[in-house]
Design a protein around this ligand. Structure first.
Ligand SMILES: Nc1ncnc2c1ncn2[C@@H]1O[C@H](COP(=O)(O)OP(=O)(O)O)[C@@H](O)[C@H]1O
Ligand SMILES: [Mg+2]
Length: 317
């Protein structure tokens, strides 16, 4: 293993997750994740973006094994986590990868106290001593900006932003290496979205967390992602250093995503040119498509012909 490989925490290789619905003549296969490969380095924030229905949640849930992959391989810290899900693998996953969900209301059991909700993960780790559990919950609450006395209350007593902090505290109590945050701020008021992002950034800094941050909107991830991956119809179409993907997008789908972000100042906003994406001009099922490296830290899903064009575009800058 060379130094570079040691830096890689999560390695996803040609992952497929297909759902079959209906039966007989109405049977359809939805290729929610259709051959996705990417790597997440230790300590980085990887922003995964793409419109609703492109497969982001399915990808996250397949990594953490809430869904089983149809094919492909996923390794985490060098260990294969896409194989048979036995008790041992489940334990490994629960203590290493935590998930923060989009809807802080639906994801917290209303009949449990905050203490009980956050402490759940500790059971799996075999930590039962009451005083230890109370201390650890208190510390987790503190880390997300809540108070120890919040522990005895119920989820409905909190605002949306506070509930999401509880969800984050629950995720980090097991001291995971990686957090998969699936649209953690989409359901929150704009005024408190930044606060929740700051909580995640503080945790990243203080605990060395690696974050896979899922969003439908590129404007959300561009500020704090090291790497950005753009998904479209179950595939990754563009991926690379956040700066390059955001400032020099090459794939027409990424371009349209970026042009749809409103500009902060009104003068720029009036001049903003929207690039619309015409899906019929691009065949996502073309068998010649492959993720190709067009410049340092920047890859595009393209055919060999398109590749030449993208290399030129990338180097024009
Ligand atoms: N459990 C499921 N069973 C069948 N189809 C599903 C299931 N979950 C998601 N899908 C389908 O897979 C596709 C991707 O969904 P999803 O991963 O939720 O996308 P995103 O999170 O990007 O909005 C959609 O077409 C969705 O309808
Ligand atoms: Mg989703």
């Amino acid at each position: 293993m060379n130094a570079n490989e040691r830096d890689i925490l999560l390695d996803v290789k040609n992952l497929h997750t297909h759902f079959i619905s209906g039966h007989g003549k109405t049977k359809v296969t939805v290729k929610a994740v259709n051959g996705v490969s990417f790597q997440v380095k230790n300590g980085e924030t990887f922003g995964l973006v793409g419109e609703s229905g492109c497969g982001k949640t399915t990808l996250g849930r397949t990594i953490i094994r809430l869904y089983n992959p149809s094919s492909g391989e996923v390794t985490f810290g060098g260990r294969i986590i896409s194989g048979k899900k036995d008790a041992e693998l489940q334990k490994f996953l629960t203590s290493n990868i935590a998930m923060v969900f989009q809807d802080p209301i639906a994801s917290l059991n209303p009949r449990m106290t905050v203490q009980e909700i956050i402490a759940e993960g500790l059971k799996i780790k075999g930590i039962k001593d009451e005083a230890t559990v109370r201390n650890m919950v208190g510390e987790a609450l503190y880390r997300v900006g809540l108070l120890p006395e919040h522990a005895t209350r119920y989820p409905h007593e909190f605002s949306g932003g506070q509930r999401q902090r509880i969800g984050i505290a629950r995720a980090l109590i097991v001291e995971p290496t990686m957090v998969i945050a699936d649209e953690p701020i989409s359901a929150l008021d704009v005024s408190i979205q930044a606060q929740v992002i700051n909580v995640l950034n503080d945790l990243k800094r203080d605990m060395g967390l690696t974050i896979l941050f899922i969003a439908h909107d590129l404007s959300v991830v561009k500020y704090f992602s090291d790497t950005i991956g753009v998904m479209y119809k179950g595939r990754m179409v563009e991926m690379g250093d956040a700066d390059k993907v955001y400032h020099n997008p090459l794939h027409p789908y990424t371009k349209s995503l970026i042009s749809s972000i409103p500009l902060p100042n009104p003068h720029g906003e009036r001049r903003r040119v929207r690039v619309s994406y015409d899906p019929s001009a691009y065949n996502i099922d073309d068998e010649r498509l492959e993720m190709r490296h067009v410049e340092e830290g920047h890859s595009i899903l393209c055919t060999p012909d398109e590749y030449e064009k993208y290399v030129l575009m990338a180097n024009r800058g």
